[in-house]
Write a protein that binds this ligand. Structure first.
Ligand SMILES: [Fe+2]
Ligand SMILES: [Fe+2]
Length: 206
């Protein structure tokens, strides 16, 4: 049984606001939106598509790993994979549990999966997504596809990926971060109310 105890929700909210108010003003890759606009547009799309609170939170926070590493604004341009999906998942796990953390961890693998299994998907990727794809491993082998589909949250990660791709519109909706406090509360409280929390380390990226 785990000894991990989630932080009180108010503490968590303050930490998130510190990150998104203080570090999310940079451009999202090579797109014309900021990290923060990409985050809130992702959450708004998840809400619009009727997804549950924990997936709205996964959408809102899926790129938090980009904001808490120390590799600069666009490390992919220098040929560096920041592994933001793993960095983000590690941060999210004690606060929201595996349903959020694993979905976030798999959102990069979901891009590789869709590039391999969905004709035309790769052609619609933005330039920076194509650029990072090569660093992230490129298309999947048949073995990697089977391994991905064996992951518990792979379908949620594919749904998140499609939202991720669509949430880069500089003229699109721009809700505030605090518009999603209700979902953050529901997702964090839902995990905190579970009788035990996982202590095992996250599995490796596919
Ligand atoms: Fe990402
Ligand atoms: Fe993203």
């Amino acid at each position: 049984m785990s000894t991990v105890h989630p932080a009180p929700v108010t503490t968590l909210l303050n930490e998130l606001l510190d990150i998104y108010d203080g570090r999310a003003h940079g451009r999202y890759g090579l797109s014309q939106v900021t990290q923060r606009l990409h985050a809130v547009q992702s959450a708004a799309l998840a809400r619009q598509r009727g997804l549950p609170a924990h997936l709205i939170v996964a959408a809102l926070l899926h790129d938090i790993g980009h904001m808490i590493h120390t590799l600069g604004e666009h490390p992919a341009a220098a040929g560096i994979d920041d592994h933001h999906e793993d960095v983000g998942a590690e941060w999210l796990l004690p606060h929201f549990g595996p349903a959020v953390a694993e979905t976030v961890r798999l959102h990069v693998a979901a891009k590789r999966y869709l590039c391999t299994t969905q004709p035309g998907y790769a052609d619609r990727l933005s330039r920076d997504s194509v650029e990072s794809l090569a660093l992230q491993g490129g298309p999947m082998s048949a073995v990697q596809i089977r391994a991905f589909e064996a992951q518990p949250f792979w379908q949620d990660a594919v749904a998140l990926r499609r939202i991720d791709d669509a949430a880069k519109d500089p003229d699109g909706p721009a809700p505030t971060f605090v518009d999603f406090l209700q979902e953050i509360n529901i997702a964090a409280a839902g995990y905190a109310c579970q009788p035990a929390h996982p202590s095992a380390p996250l599995s490796k990226t596919v």
